[in-house]
Design a protein around this ligand. Structure first.
Ligand SMILES: C[S@@+](CC[C@H](N)C(=O)[O-])C[C@H]1O[C@@H](n2cnc3c(N)ncnc32)[C@H](O)[C@@H]1O
Length: 291
């Protein structure tokens, strides 16, 4: 089912006030709400609430009621967000996967973990990330490389899926982390997986499309951002993503087909990031850049 964004276009000041109204009315029920800047010079902002298509009608009428007192002059607009079947893309392989020092395995394979390996237990389920996909394995390998060469004090895992990368970073580095996903199911699964892997504190989970959450300001800027999403959204969010990297920090980008790598690199070079290393796996690339 598609996801819908209902939004109003206004000024920064009003967008902040509308965000408060949206938070009070929708956030507790698990709907993501956000503001985003559209045009800095003209002070154009959007305040949005995200929902599944079958909830649109009821959310729209409640939103209209909530805005009636002070913002009835602002039309409620809608956008259908592109549908990506992440779960179908996830390979539900049965064998444990080894990448760098990590082994990602299902609960039935606990006894296959070898001494010295960092084990992450993930059962194939409702969110992407069992370690079998070239992008996840590439990120795990790159994470181990970055940890060897740089000091990392905090981590952002953008598009956390099953939580596999956030859990891996926590087990390797023992530093605080923020893990976010546009999909509330993924955020829930990731948080459950973290608990199952003995990660009880230090890792925060939040549902957010892109950087539309106050959690990023609270927890960032980050020494290491890992984003395994897709080439196009990664290019689009390059300025925002780079703004959340601490000076001298790193980003690991994946979800990029080999033939798309030049465009993604150009987008991040355009933000003055420097290429460090690229890992290739099954036609996918994982790229490490530094600020
Ligand atoms: C390829 S999966 C990666 C999962 C996991 N990090 C891994 O490496 O296996 C991409 C994840 O990003 C999420 N996602 C897609 N677009 C997003 C966006 N704009 N903001 C936040 N998360 C997003 C999807 O819901 C999905 O869980």
């Amino acid at each position: 089912m598609s996801e819908i964004r209902l939004f109003v276009t206004t000024t920064e000041k009003q967008a902040a006030a509308i965000l408060d109204v949206m938070s009070v009315n929708f956030e507790e029920e698990g709907y993501a709400v956000a503001t985003m800047e559209i045009d800095e010079k003209r002070d154009v902002w959007e305040a949005s609430v995200y929902m599944m298509a079958d909830e649109e009608e009821s959310v729209k009428s409640r939103l209209a009621d909530a805005l009636a007192a002070d913002f009835s002059h602002l039309p409620i607009e809608r956008e259908v967000l592109p549908e990506i079947d992440w779960i179908a893309k996830s390979l539900e392989g049965l064998a444990p996967v080894r990448a760098g020092r990590f082994v990602v395995h299902g609960s039935h394979d606990r006894d296959k973990v070898k001494t010295g390996e960092i084990a992450i237990e993930i059962d194939a389920g409702q969110a992407f990330g069992t370690g079998h996909h070239g992008t996840t394995a590439g990120c795990l390998e790159m994470l181990a490389c970055v940890a060897r060469s740089r000091r990392v004090r905090n981590v952002l895992d953008l598009g956390t899926g099953s939580g596999v990368l956030a859990i891996a970073a926590w087990k390797l580095l023992h530093v605080p982390g923020l893990a976010t996903d546009i999909d509330p199911v993924a955020t829930r699964v990731a948080s459950d997986n973290a608990r199952r892997n003995g990660v009880v504190d230090g890792l925060t989970f939040a549902t957010a499309p892109g950087f539309h959450s106050t959690a990023f300001g609270t927890h960032g800027p980050f020494d290491l951002v890992i984003a395994n999403i897709l080439a196009r959204p990664l290019m689009k969010m390059a300025p925002e993503l780079v703004a959340h990297i601490a000076p001298g920090g790193s980003v690991i980008l994946s979800g990029i087909l080999a033939e798309q790598r030049w465009k993604v690199l150009a987008a991040y070079n355009g933000q003055r990031l420097k290429h460090v290393q690229t890992i290739w796996k099954n036609g996918w690339v994982t790229i490490h850049l530094t600020k």
